[in-house]
Design a protein around this ligand. Structure first.
Ligand code: ACO
Length: 325
């Protein structure tokens, strides 16, 4: 069995909620600015739980929902840009938390495209025929890397984790993908710089730990490239936009989604949007959306509905995966 399908999805959201009014008391901003520019009304911020804890809760939830043993998982990929440590990987910490002793565990770093990159990676392992059960998790605590005096970034991000369990199956549910990277624009979004600062080194510029973003450049780049990626993925799958039940985009900005819908000449209701509740949760946004869609009954496992999962973000990275749920 070299095909794979999503068996279930699960999410973990930190309890502490910060609405736009609370943000407005921290920096010079307003609910009106944030909602009109981004669609965000509130976000959840960790009060201490780290990335591995959130991803571990997701993995435990996936195990419980699917009824498998932790020992059945032979592949565990965590997409994150905010790990607990550079080493060990978050995936190894999560493996220990959930007792997934037989998993080949590693992290993927692709910012807001992390989940689709990780899903694509897991699909290649399963399609090799050598792996059967993969947990693919996106988890980020960007609040660790945010300057809460910088209004241009601090209002945008929220913390959270989400994931799916993939299992090998007979029928093809992974219909196509279109994955891209553009290192030429790497510095349009950066954070967590680690300059060489030793007794041997000459003085180096230190770009700091905080996320810095040229929001306008990424906005324009996304609108130019991402609709084309969706079209290429559809064409590879032999499908048309009308065949897709939902487009599930990375939740960076509701305005980007509105423009994307215009570029694709489709109604924005074809996109699933929950950014109002969570803000931009980086690698977690797409699996959190999938988990919410399943909980809300918008889609059901085994329904055969077709989804286009669309990531874009730091790297720059972007990609579309078309699946049948
Ligand atoms: N409150 C009030 N005013 C603000 C705020 C704020 N929170 N933030 C910025 N402003 C001001 C700016 O200072 C600027 O003022 P000025 O005109 O006097 O200079 C004005 O608002 C407009 O600023 P812009 O940056 O041009 O605003 P824009 O409309 O581009 O919206 C945003 C900014 C929301 C960041 C948008 O550009 C965006 O969403 N970009 C894409 C982000 C993205 O997709 N990132 C990738 C994923 S993230 C990842 O990979 C980790």
């Amino acid at each position: 069995m070299k095909n794979c399908r999503i068996v279930c999805a699960h999410k973990y959201i930190p309890e502490r909620k910060i609405d736009n009014d609370e943000m407005s008391r921290m920096v010079d901003t307003s609910d009106e600015w944030i909602v009109s520019r981004t669609g965000i009304k509130e976000r959840h911020i960790s009060t201490g739980e780290n990335t591995s804890y959130m991803a571990g809760e997701v993995l435990k939830g996936l195990i419980e929902k699917s009824g498998i043993s932790p020992l059945d998982i032979d592949l565990l990929i965590v997409a994150t840009i905010s790990p607990d440590y550079l080493t060990p990987s978050t995936a190894c910490l999560v493996q220990h938390i959930a007792g997934a002793k037989n998993a080949f565990a590693f992290d993927v770093n692709a910012a807001c495209s992390g989940f689709v990159y990780a899903l694509s990676t897991a699909e290649k392992f399963i399609s090799s025929g050598k792996y059967k059960t993969a947990a693919v998790i996106g988890a980020d605590i960007l609040s660790k890397m945010i300057d809460f005096t910088d209004r241009s970034t601090c209002v945008l991000f929220g913390d959270g984790a989400g994931g799916v369990l993939l299992q090998a199956c007979e029928e093809n549910h992974y219909l196509s993908e279109d994955m891209n990277s553009c290192g030429d624009k790497a510095m349009a979004l950066y954070g967590g710089h680690m300059p060489v600062d030793t007794v041997f080194s000459k003085e180096q510029p230190n770009m700091g730990k905080y996320i810095k973003m040229n929001g306008r450049e990424i906005f324009d780049f996304t609108l130019k490239e991402v609709p084309e990626s969706i079209k290429r993925a559809l064409s590879k799958a032999g499908l048309d936009l009308k065949d897709i039940d939902y487009i599930v985009p990375h939740q960076a900005n509701a305005r980007i989604v509105n423009y994307m819908a215009k570029k694709l000449s489709i109604d924005v209701s074809r996109f699933f949007i929950n950014i109002d509740q969570y803000g931009n949760t980086t690698a977690a946004s797409i699996p959190i959306a999938l988990s919410d869609m399943l909980e809300e009954g918008k889609v059901e496992i085994g329904s055969g509905k077709k989804l286009a999962l669309v990531g874009f973000g730091g790297g720059l990275t972007w990609g579309t995966v078309i699946i049948k749920i």
